[in-house]
Write a protein that binds this ligand. Structure first.
Ligand code: ZN
Length: 245
């Protein structure tokens, strides 16, 4: 088995992004309009905010595909402030408008991917976090969004629904982000099913070794900051993970 999303052929990555989108859309369809204003587990966000964010994220990724296809710079968002402002605005829309926003932006993104010239996938674009990536990275960016935010919608989806290759890739990416920020000293993620150990960074005087045990879905859930269900530590207390994004 390929152990990373990034190593899969383009067609399979596209398929995982599409499957994730269908999965997210399915969760959205299970919600009644009067549930949209309810809070999510994401700090300060109702479902309105989350649904607006996922819709605008698709539109922002369309910008990157357009940039890749035309060579004309087209960033995801004009500024980090603009991204947040857009979400705040989107959260004021009525549920049917949010459903339309979702359907419309998802369809646009699907067409942008479908019609992307072969050379566009390798063209370099800039993510909202300021990373230069080939446009093909949008397949990962979007997959990560829809598979995780399907859980955040708080309907039925869980981390165990997420395809193994996506979980495995997250379990490489998230500790990598921590390392890059100098976080996670002493943390070791132990997959109790496979026995695999992911050492984040060496322990030091102030950060002794802390083993977090769980299955793949539980470890990713914890690492992504979605709670400690499904993980445990030898001494019983599960710490908060470092911030990821
Ligand atoms: Zn997001």
């Amino acid at each position: 088995m390929v152990d990373s999303f990034h190593g899969l052929p383009l067609t399979e990555r596209l398929q995982l992004a599409r499957r994730g989108t269908a999965h997210y859309s399915g969760q959205l369809a299970l919600l009644d309009n009067d549930q949209f204003a309810e809070p999510t587990a994401l700090e300060g966000w109702t479902r309105n905010h989350l649904i607006a964010h996922v819709g605008y994220n698709a539109a922002a990724i369309c910008n990157l595909m357009d940039w890749a296809a035309t060579g004309i710079e087209n960033p995801m968002y004009p500024s980090p402030g603009a991204r947040n402002k857009e979400i705040e605005y989107g959260a004021t829309l009525i549920p049917d408008a949010l459903r339309n926003l979702h359907d419309h932006t998802v369809a646009r993104l699907d067409v942008a991917w479908r019609d992307a010239p072969a050379a566009a996938w390798d063209a370099e674009v800039l993510t909202a976090q300021g990373r230069t990536v080939p446009a093909a990275e949008t397949l990962w960016m979007r997959s990560r969004e829809v598979w995780i935010h399907a859980v955040d919608l708080g309907v039925r989806a869980t981390f165990t629904d997420i395809p193994e290759v996506i979980l495995t890739t997250l379990l490489q990416e998230i500790p990598g982000k921590w390392r890059g920020k100098g976080d996670g000293a002493g943390l070791v993620l132990v997959n109790d099913t496979s026995g695999e150990r992911t050492e984040v960074s060496p322990a030091d005087d102030t950060h002794p070794v802390t083993e977090i045990h769980g299955d793949l879905a539980g470890l990713v859930r914890w690492a992504a900051g979605r709670g400690d269900n499904g993980v445990s530590t030898p001494d019983g207390a599960v710490p908060q993970p470092p911030r990821w994004l």
